[in-house]
Design a protein. Structure first.
Length: 252
């Protein structure tokens, strides 16, 4: 199977290969290293190669639930650069009679590497809340983002570190994945940048909401540097904080 030639094609291949129960096809649909971050999981799942991904793919759990096929959500482009795209998407799993088993809303991060597109990462909220049910989680997550931006403006490194759950995954340029395993790692790698205390201007909105996870899209300018980001903010043990961030830049 050849690599997808567009970001959109990579998104749809992600699902067609799943419905085909093709482990090899699924592995070819990804960019590597591939990262999955979920609201209900304390650590990201990282697979470094297609061979590793093919060995890990497993349909047994969903088949035991009566799964017959998955219907993907038509994706919305949130941010786009020449070699990286953020898609707001998701899926519903169905039984053979068409009844729904479960659904999820995710951010899919597609990247172009070596002339082909694949899904580099997925951030999942593990559910899909709307209306009044979404209000409280959305407000809690937006408060985390506001607090994060405030600490960047003030240069308050310790308060900035409080805005994350660890480990936290950072999706950078295509093929660039970083995991801040601990608070100490984050302070070592990003403390000097945070401490610059540069003014922040931002616009942000909620992309998707689950019971314990919220996706947020953002446009940010800080100290003359402008880019787009998406955040997965999750609740663990009663505390809302960020567990995944992906940035898209058009100037590199």
């Amino acid at each position: 199977m050849t690599r997808a030639q567009t970001a959109e094609a990579a998104y749809w291949r992600f699902f067609t290969t799943y419905n085909d129960r093709s482990a090899a096809g699924r592995a070819e649909a990804m960019s590597y290293p591939h990262v999955r971050v979920a609201a209900g999981r304390s650590e990201p799942i990282i697979t470094d190669t297609a061979a590793e991904y093919e060995q890990l793919d497993n349909w047994t759990p969903v088949l035991q639930q009566g799964w017959a096929y998955t219907q993907p959500v038509t994706p919305r482009v949130v941010h786009r650069s020449p070699d990286k795209v953020h898609f707001a998407g998701g899926w519903t799993r169905h039984r053979a009679d068409g009844s729904a088993i479960s659904h999820n809303r995710l951010l899919y991060i597609a990247t172009e590497i070596d002339g082909g597109w694949g899904i580099q990462a997925a951030f999942g909220v593990e559910g899909a809340l709307t209306g009044a049910a979404a209000a409280a989680p959305a407000a809690a997550a937006m408060a985390v983002l506001e607090r994060t931006m405030s600490t960047l403006s003030s240069g308050d490194v310790q308060s900035w570190l409080d805005c994350f759950h660890y480990p936290a995954a950072l999706i950078l340029a295509p093929g660039g994945i970083e995991v801040m395993q601990t608070r100490a790692d984050a302070e070592r790698d990003y403390g000097p940048w945070v401490s610059l205390a540069q003014p922040v201007e931002q616009q942000a909105s909620v992309v998707a909401v689950g019971p314990r996870g919220v996706l947020i899209e953002q446009h940010i300018s800080r100290g003359g540097d402008t880019f787009e980001q998406c955040f997965l903010v999750v609740e663990r043990d009663g505390v809302w904080a960020t567990s995944g961030v992906s940035a898209v830049r058009n100037d590199v």
